[in-house]
Design a protein around this ligand. Sequence first.
Ligand code: 5CA
Length: 467
Amino acid sequence: MQVYEVCLRLLGDMLRLKIRFSQKVNLMRLSNYFLPVLKENPAEAQIVSHRLMLRAGMVRQSSAGIYSWLPLGLRVLNKIADIVRQEQALAGALEMLMPTLQPAEIWRESGRYDDYGKEMLRITDRHDRDLLYGPTNEELITQIFRDSVRSYKELPRNLYHIQWKFRDEIRPRFGVMRGREFLMKDGYSFDIDEANARRAYQKIFVSYLRSFKRMGLQAIPVAADTGPIGGDLSHEFIILAETGESEVFCHSDVLTQPVPEADYTADLTPVIDGYTQHYARSDEMHDAAKFEAEVPEDKRLTARGIEVGHIFYFGTKYSNAMKALVTGPNGKDVPVHMGSYGIGVSRLVGGIIEACHDDEGIVWPWAVAPFHIGLINLKPGDDATDALCEQLYQNLTDHNLDVLYDDRDERAGAKFSTMDLIGLPWQAVIGPRGAKAGEVEIKNRVTGEKQTVALEAAIKIMSQPPA
Ligand code: 5CA
C-alpha cells in the first residue's frame, strides 16, 4: 500500500470517528435532559391535564396563571405552533411579530382602553407614558396597516403572529387552560368590502378545521358571541371534554362533517354551510326553544368543551375608529373590512391532554408528541446494549424521527413509568438479551401492545404513528 493511501485511510477513519463522536454528543439523552417528573399528584391541580403537565415536567407555575415552559412542554408548544404556521401559510396568511407591550394611545383611539377594565394589565414607563401588556392586537395591526397601505390594489391581506398575551383573569385556573399569560395565534384580515371579508373569514374557518384535525382533535365550530372584540359574525371552535369551561349545544351531524382539503381557490361556501346549516351554539348564544324546534331529539348533543379557537368578522369597527382607509377603484376613500382570528396555542397543550390520556399518563397524538419514540436502555454501561441503542437512535433520527434516549442508571420499572407518563407514541426497549439477538421490544403507547422485532423491522414500524 502506498503511503498516501495509508494517509487517506487514516484521514477517513478520523473523520468517521469525529462524526460518530459529534453524533454521540447530540443524542437527546435523559441523563443530560431536564425532566423533573413528580411522583405525587400536585394538590393544586384540579383537572387531569394540569396534573399531568406538572407531573411530566412540562411546566412550572411562576405566579397565578403564569407558567414557565420546561424543555418537554416547550417542544409540544412549538409543534402546535408549527402546525398552525403551515396551515396559515396554505390559507395565504403571512407571519409577522408584534410586541407584547403596546402604547395606550391606540387603545384610546379605538375606545377600548377604558372598556377593557381590570383584565388589562396597565404599565407606566419611566417617562410616565402609558403602556399595556397586549390582551389582543386589533389596534396595533390596524395602526400598522393604516400607516402602510393606501390603495385597494394592495388588498386582500392577512397577517398573523404567535405571541404571548396577558389578561388579568379574575380566576386563572386549570393550569395553562385559563392562564393570565398565554400564547395565542392571532390573525387579522383586510379586505375592500364585506363580500371579500367574508371570503377571508371562510378561508380561516377551513384552515382552523384542518389545523385542529392535524393535532388529533375534532373541533366543533359553534356560533358565538363577539364579546369585547365586536362584530356580528363569529364562531368558536370547541373540542369536547368533560372538564371544559364552555357548554355546547349542537346537532350531532356537525360531528360527521368532512374536514376539507386545503384548496383555497375553490368556493368554500358549501363546506362552511355543511357545518353551519345545523344548530350549533355555545352557552352564551344558546336558545333552548330553537334547539328543540330545529334538532330532532335523538340528534341533540349537549356537552362540555374547551374553546381552542375563536374567529370574528367585525367589518369597519376598528378601521372607522382608527381611520384605516384605502382608496377604492372609484377613487374614493373607504374604511377596510376586517376580521380577527385566534387560536389558543398554549391552551391547546392542555386541551390535547384532556382528550388524549389514560391512567398511566399522557398519550400524545403523533403530530404534537414532544418526541416520537422513547428509547430505553435497560443496562447502560453494557457495551453491546449501548451500541445497539445508539445504532437504533441513529437510524431513527436518520428517518427524521425525534427520539428521547433513557440512558440513566435507574430501575427498569421507574424508566417504564416515566415513559408512560410522558406519553411518547412508541417505546423501544433494549437490554443485554435483545442486544445479543439484535432485537428490540417495541411498545405501542396507545394500545399497550408489545412486540419483539429485529432492528430493521422496529425502525419501519416506529416510523409511522401507532394504530
Ligand atoms: N382578537 C381575537 C381573535 S385573534 C381574540 O382575542 N379572541 S379570543 O379572546 O377568543 O382569544 C382567542 C383564543 O385564545 C381563545 O379561543 C382561547 O383558545 C385562547 N384564550 C383566550 N383566553 C385565554 C386564557 N386566559 N388562557 C389561555 N388561552 C386563552
